[in-house]
Design a protein around this ligand. Structure first.
Ligand code: FAD
Length: 302
């Protein structure tokens, strides 16, 4: 049996679950792109779709409006990202209550970055939640029926002195009520599996869902990775090398790279994926197709 055949044979009968992450649009044109993407991905029946919260809370209204529109105009389950940045507990609690009143029951709870940007030293807002674990506890106190997802960092968060300190923070978030962790994106699957081993050894048993970033734009992905503490392997740079003026080939390479990554994860037992869509559907749709997902109305090919 060749490698490709064995992949699909091993994946057979296994249910693959996905979720999609979007960011709130800044203007009408971006709003149009976002909603076209949501419409395109919607038939794949994701577990949930999440909407990010801008650095410093500067998208509070836009995140809220996007989440509410998803709730009122689609059958998708939205998850609202929320950070502790630049807000008192009372302000954050008011946002959480507002979401609850609107019918939102899933929050992605994060500390967030300093208002001066990722990399600058983080200081909690006076009177605010001190970190993500504190925020998770606050949300659960408002309503125990919130499902809470949190972040996880296979390559360690840049603020964290050690991987163990990072895992201690994950444990604190789980103890406070988080039931799922979504990882920062990574390009080397071994990082994910090594991290998973350490997380399980620490007694953490919630799903650690790999966050997948299809590389729509290599330069932007590299900048994003530098800020997020994710490494960009030389082989990845090599694959995109020389393609700056060749968008069509870049797209094919991006699809190939992401396909290779997710199929290897499937081979190694992963069945749930979170996609950082960057509000673009094409690549994510293709990768989901490869994973065996089909529009809800269509028969899944055997
Ligand atoms: P935490 O889990 O609280 O902390 C991360 C790590 O940093 C900890 O493990 C801990 O070891 C270390 N640490 C934290 N505080 C300190 C400290 N004071 N001293 C020493 N070490 C410390 N950002 C946004 O602004 N909006 C979003 O919508 C958003 N969505 C995200 C979704 C996902 C799935 C992920 C992975 C990240 C997201 N981020 C978002 C980025 C995130 O806000 C940043 O990575 C931020 O720096 C940390 O937030 P956190 O909740 O991961 O932090």
């Amino acid at each position: 049996m060749n490698v490709r055949a064995s992949r699909f044979a091993r994946g057979e009968g296994r249910r693959i679950d996905v979720s999609f992450e979007f960011f709130p649009p800044k203007d009408e044109e971006m709003e149009k792109i976002l909603w076209e993407s949501i419409e395109r991905l919607k038939p794949l029946a994701p577990n949930f779709v999440s909407v990010t919260y801008g650095a410093g809370g500067n998208t509070r209204e836009r995140t809220h409006a996007t989440v509410k529109r998803i709730l009122s105009e689609t059958s998708l389950t939205p998850a609202a990202h929320l950070t502790c940045v630049a807000a008192t507990r009372a302000e954050v609690d008011a946002i959480v209550r507002n979401y609850h009143d609107a019918g939102v029951r899933h929050i992605v709870a994060l500390r967030g970055d300093s208002v001066s940007g990722a990399g600058a030293k983080y200081a909690p807002h006076p009177g605010g939640y001190s970190n993500a674990a504190d925020l998770v506890g606050g949300i659960k106190r408002i309503s125990s029926d919130f499902e809470i997802s949190v972040s996880a960092y296979p390559e360690k968060h840049p603020d964290s002195p050690t991987v163990d300190a990072d895992i201690d923070m994950l444990k604190a978030k789980v103890d406070a009520g988080a039931s799922r962790a979504i990882t920062q994106f990574f390009f080397e699957n071994d990082f994910y599996f090594r991290y998973l081993e350490r997380v399980r050894a620490r007694g953490i048993d919630i799903p650690i869902v790999p966050g997948i970033l299809p590389v729509q734009n290599f330069k932007a992905a590299t900048n994003f990775a530098t800020r997020a503490g994710a490494s960009v392997p030389a082989w990845l740079a090599e694959r995109f090398h020389g393609l700056d003026n060749d968008a069509a080939t870049r797209k094919l390479i991006a699809a190939a790279v992401a396909a290779e990554q997710v199929l290897d994860l499937v081979d190694r037992g992963v069945t749930t994926f979170h996609f950082y869509t960057m509000n673009r559907a094409d690549l994510v749709y293709a990768i989901c197709h490869l994973l065996g997902l089909r529009p809800a109305t269509q028969e899944v090919a055997q």
